[in-house]
Design a protein around this ligand. Structure first.
Ligand SMILES: [Zn+2]
Length: 438
């Protein structure tokens, strides 16, 4: 009898506590605009039962979360460029919180939750997908095969939005550093005859890892270059690295650690990690993969050599790891870690625009060298290589100058420069000059 009274008392107490002291709190709302959707992240102390549904006339999306209190100001969020016009909130007497997103257009809401991890607390992520038709002009353009098409390089700035990537000294965020370097690299490639450069992300939003290689495929990429900046628990770790995909997974302990951390970004992206078609097509994929791994490996070593002329290298050879973004079977893919932002000195360098420009320039030269040497069929570069009367190829060594090379091969400096598209007197170690018949 006494026992029963006790447990009744206990039950009463417990339900009282659920009703009050244990109410979850909404501590923050964050927002990112991607080209085809708007991502809303609710930072919650606990994730209780929730419901999300769209309503029409006027268009809005309603988010109801049980037993949760609003502890943040939702009125100050930056909504420009999003379809959201206004955010309202209310609470009912049962402790249910309601957020209403007033919308300018119809969207398709999609949601998932993320549990507390090293960087964030519990999150409810809501994606509002645009329902307007997406423009796909680029895809059509890449299908048009011309005899002298451009080499297409797709540049992928790692992380973005909800996923900051590595956090460096003085709160330097990898996502910002790598987007800037990527944009600089794009500008350099765009200026170069025979190249077209596209970005996977153009702003501060996250893209699922598999989606990044899908985008590269859609854009007809000859090479996918994913740009990152490293961090490591040991803050003395430093130097740039270039990775290609290893067929046997990560090749070293540190590479494995890195790969798993980078791949975690997909948990942030949250959805559709498993592509069922993947296993079925494996045999075919393996065949294609070997070919693209070859290209990746050669392009990667050119990029590594080029970066090595300006920055410390983490290792003197191209490394292999199982980065998900590299796992596209048909697209040669490389991943450049531009340095360790967990290292004070390198974070300092990577925070400076001039250094980022130099880094972009070296990556650019590596890519350019590779494609000038091994242009894909049907490209302008392949045509130029075929038709130009080349009498020799000279690999620049330390101490070489243009004038010495010109004298040695009895060719004018002007022609040498024009033929190799050299501006100024800028040559670098490892660069291959094609020597024209003069
Ligand atoms: Zn990264």
């Amino acid at each position: 009898m006494q026992k029963r009274i006790f447990s009744l008392l206990f039950l009463g107490l417990a339900s009282l506590m659920v009703g009050s002291a244990f109410a979850a709190e909404l501590n923050g709302v964050r927002l990112w605009r991607a080209p085809d959707h708007t991502r809303i992240v609710l930072d919650l102390s606990e994730i209780n039962n929730y419901k999300i549904f769209p309503l029409a006339n006027p268009h809005r999306v309603v988010v109801d979360i049980d037993n949760t209190r609003l502890k943040t100001d939702v009125s100050k969020l930056e909504l420009s460029k999003t379809p959201i016009r206004n955010i309202r909130s209310s609470a009912d007497k049962n402790g249910r919180m309601r957020l209403v997103f007033d919308l300018a257009q119809l969207v398709k809401p999609n949601s998932f939750t993320l549990k507390k991890d090293a960087g964030h607390g519990n999150r409810l992520v809501i994606d509002l997908h645009d329902l307007q038709k997406r423009k796909n002009t680029i895809k059509t353009a890449s299908k048009v095969q011309s005899q002298r098409r451009d080499v297409v390089v797709v540049i992928d700035a790692g992380h973005g939005g909800e996923d900051p990537g590595a956090v460096g000294d003085r709160n330097l965020l990898e996502k910002h550093v790598v987007l800037d370097i990527s944009k600089r690299l794009q500008r350099l490639l765009k200026k170069e005859t025979g190249f077209r450069a596209e970005l996977t992300r153009t702003g501060d939003y996250s893209i699922q890892l598999r989606k990044r290689s899908e985008m590269a495929r859609d854009k007809g990429a000859d090479l996918l270059v994913s740009i990152h900046a490293d961090s490591f628990k040991n803050r003395t770790a430093h130097g740039a690295s270039v990775f290609t995909l290893s067929s046997n997974g990560a090749s070293s302990e540190s590479a494995r650690w890195l790969a798993s951390r980078e791949n975690n970004a997909d948990l942030v992206g949250g959805v559709e990690l498993i592509d069922k078609g993947w296993m079925l097509k494996k045999t075919l994929i393996d065949l294609t993969m070997n070919a693209s791994l070859d290209v990746s490996q050669n392009a990667a070593s050119q990029v590594l050599d080029s970066i090595g002329t300006m920055a410390d290298l983490h290792k003197n050879e191209v490394e292999q790891a199982g980065f998900l973004v590299l796992k596209s079977p048909d697209i040669p893919s490389i991943l450049v870690e531009t340095g360790f932002i967990s290292n004070r000195k390198e974070a300092g360098k990577l925070s400076k625009p001039a250094y980022r420009q130099k880094m972009a320039q070296k990556i650019f030269l590596g890519i350019k060298n590779y494609f000038q040497q091994s242009p894909p069929d049907g490209t302008y570069l392949a045509w130029r290589k075929r038709t130009a009367p080349v009498i020799a190829e000279h690999v620049i060594k330390r101490g070489d100058t243009l004038s010495e090379i010109a004298i040695r091969y009895r060719v004018s400096i002007a022609l040498l420069k024009k033929f190799n598209r050299i501006n100024g007197n800028n040559i670098h170690v490892g660069q291959r000059l094609r020597i024209p018949l003069s």
